[in-house]
Design a binder for this molecule. Structure first.
Ligand SMILES: CC(C)(COP(=O)(O)OP(=O)(O)OC[C@H]1O[C@@H](n2cnc3c(N)ncnc32)[C@H](O)[C@@H]1OP(=O)(O)O)[C@@H](O)C(=O)NCCC(=O)NCCS
Length: 170
């Protein structure tokens, strides 16, 4: 990273480079309830700039996935056939997106999160480190799935969930 040239602040970028001259990469990480990564993307796309996608050569993507604009896919990620990934979504290290999932824009799937087939997420959803989601469920807009949580039913928008205590069901 040390040999990279620093161009300046966001405002310098706006003054110096027309949208036709540059492609942007959103290098911000994201944490639950922090919307800077989303706002930065919205600010620049509303001015006509494009974000390019960054995909690790160590990620495995089926040939049958649909990627939105400016997605970031880190090492060890697996995305299976029929999955769709929304604009500006970050698939962090080692997460799994199974077949036919539909991941909304501005999501963050944290390291090791695992989505079974056919899961749908809304906008700005955070799936925490090591969380699991059972197949065909819907996770509402702005929901936060705490690290290590297993989700076994739909999650309404704006809810935050953490792991349940063990309970006997039979
Ligand atoms: C769910 C989460 C957002 C809650 O954060 P918060 O609102 O700040 O909650 P707090 O840390 O105040 O915790 C509230 C209580 O829930 C418990 N808790 C929070 N998250 C938990 C989790 N994932 N698993 C188990 N318990 C958890 C805390 O221990 C605390 O319990 P207490 O009241 O008995 O002390 C957060 O803990 C989390 O899991 N974030 C995801 C982290 C992540 O994915 N990082 C990726 C970085 S790349």
């Amino acid at each position: 990273m040390n040999n990279l040239k620093r161009l300046g602040s966001d405002d310098v970028l706006l003054q110096k480079y027309h949208p036709d001259e540059v492609d942007l990469v959103n290098g911000l990480g994201s944490l639950p309830s922090k919307d800077l990564q989303w706002k930065l993307y919205e600010r620049f796309t509303s001015l006509g700039y494009l974000f390019t996608s960054v995909i690790s050569p160590h990620a495995i993507l089926s040939g049958y996935v649909e990627l939105g604009q400016g997605v970031q896919i880190m090492a060890g990620v697996i995305v299976q056939a029929g999955a769709r990934i929304g604009d500006n979504t970050l698939l962090n290290t080692g997460c799994i997106v199974e077949h036919d999932c539909c991941i909304g824009p501005h999501n963050h799937l944290a390291p090791g999160a695992s989505l079974s087939g056919g899961v749908t997420t809304g906008i700005c959803v955070h799936i925490g480190t090591g969380a699991n989601v059972i197949q065909n469920l819907n996770i509402g807009d702005h929901a936060v799935i705490g690290a290590g949580t297993t989700i076994a039913r739909d999650v309404p928008p704006h809810q935050t969930l953490i792991p349940a205590r063990n309970r006997i069901i039979s």
